[in-house]
Write a protein that binds this ligand. Structure first.
Ligand code: NZQ
Ligand code: ZN
Length: 388
């Protein structure tokens, strides 16, 4: 088991009706609020009106920054920073999914960043000085409500880059707001949760019982609750379980004591989104089983980890370890397919044309050499090809 240090300064309010905590969450920071949101779902579900009512009763002055795109763009970050500076904003209130929260984190940090904002996205840094951020989560997927990271895209450069910005001060997580999430985004979001766990679970550390146990519990919960949420979108228990596992999956807790991995599938997926603007979770669902088969074949010394996955997550058993490992991977692929999302790049209209460039960027500096099973740029091209 490895040493670790961990801190999450975010206060989570979870459950039905926790929007009642909104006023007290914003109040310590001041009265000038930048309200950020996406393409309008919060208006359709009545949340916008509810939030505006609370803000007006509380005497807040609200400046709006709507229209934040899925795979949020650097242009939205620039627009938000400008609004904050123009209006003397004290606190950002992000209402939406991971894209809105991520963009808001970059805006919050961008206000204090001296220099070009794309440079902020590209340069290596830890948590930055930032405006306080409060969020109301409406989609269970990224875990942005409980981590300090954000992912920003520059479509002119075909780049989508993750970085640290700031942790939300408060996250308001009411599962009832996710009742309206489409089947497609519910399935994609759950694939993202599953991938966050797999990126930590498939590590060489064998003795971190707590982390492995958390990983397996989260995976089993995703497997149990996604079909229910798809069948009954307003099933509170299913939505609540998906929301709680979304927050923990990307929080760093499932990696306690484990050797770092390179989050290979996330590196490969961000390239797909950067070139083709696809839904993050769909890209991950397509990549993950193909990545698993590739590494299992490349380095059979990792078979034990796949055997554990097959047994503890899928309840499989058998004498032949390789067959068992492959059966667990097949179960995962079948699960994603049954959720109704596309399971090949071809279905998304993606061909081989950018594979070399995407693979080179996914493996920039050769960093995938430090993955659970070391990958070369050629390996990444092979994995992309297996996804066609
Ligand atoms: O834009 P609106 O109109 O709000 O609609 C959104 C969007 O079209 C819709 N939606 C959200 N809540 C809804 C809803 N529709 C109906 N009812 C609701 N309650 O869903 C669509 C997708 O929203 P988005 O925010 O893009 O999804 P998600 O939460 O999956 O976020 C994806 C982004 O997060 C990044 C991804 O790369 C991607 O850019 N990630 C962030 C991470 C982090 N901060 O730690 C880690 C992840 O690995 C990931 O990379
Ligand atoms: Zn993700």
């Amino acid at each position: 088991m490895q040493n670790f240090t961990h801190a999450i300064p975010t206060k989570l309010h979870f459950g039905k009706g926790v929007i009642e905590k909104l006023d007290e969450s914003l109040r310590p920071f001041g009265k000038n609020v930048l309200l950020t949101y996406g393409g309008g779902s919060i208006k359709k579900i009545g949340l916008y009106d509810q939030v505006m009512d609370i803000l007006s009763k509380g005497g807040y002055k609200v400046v709006e920054c709507g229209g934040i795109e899925p795979n949020p763009r650097i242009e939205s970050v620039e627009r938000g920073v400008q609004l904050c500076k123009e209006h003397g904003i004290n606190v950002i209130l992000a209402v939406g999914g991971g894209s809105t929260i991520d963009c808001s984190k970059a805006i919050a940090a961008g206000v204090y960043y001296e220099g070009d904002l794309w440079q902020m996205v590209e340069s290596r840094h830890g948590v930055l000085p930032a405006l306080p951020l409060v969020d109301i989560l409406t989609l269970s997927a990224t875990g942005s409500e409980y981590d300090g990271g954000g992912v920003i895209s520059n479509m002119k450069l075909n780049k989508k880059l993750g970085n640290m910005y700031t942790f939300p001060a408060v996250s308001i997580c009411d599962p009832t707001y996710t009742f309206t999430v489409s089947a497609y985004h519910t399935a994609a979001g759950t694939a993202d949760i599953i991938s966050h766990i797999c990126e930590d679970y498939f590590s060489r550390t064998e003795d971190s019982d707590l982390a492995d146990g958390i990983c397996e519990t989260v995976l089993k919960s995703a497997i149990k609750n996604l079909p229910t949420a798809l069948r009954e979108p307003d099933n509170y228990s299913a939505r609540a379980n998906l929301m709680s596992i979304s927050s923990i999956a990307c929080s760093g807790i499932p990696a306690y004591g484990k050797r770092d991995t390179c989050w290979d599938c996330h590196s490969m997926e961000h390239e797909l989104s950067a070139y083709y603007d696809i839904t993050h979770g769909v890209g991950l669902a397509i990549l993950t089983p193909r990545w698993m088969r590739h590494i299992l074949k490349k380095d059979p010394t990792c078979t034990w980890r796949f055997v554990r996955f097959a047994k503890n997550v899928w309840g499989l058993d058998g004498e032949n370890e390789t067959e068992l490992a492959l059966a667990g991977i097949q179960k995962l692929e079948d699960f994603f397919r049954a959720s109704g999302i596309p399971m090949t790049l071809t279905e998304l209209g993606i061909g081989t044309e950018h594979f070399e460039a995407m693979a080179a960027h996914a493996n920039r500096g050769g960093f995938l050499a430090h993955a659970f099973v070391a990958l070369t740029t050629e390996d990444v091209v092979e994995i992309y090809k297996a996804c066609l």
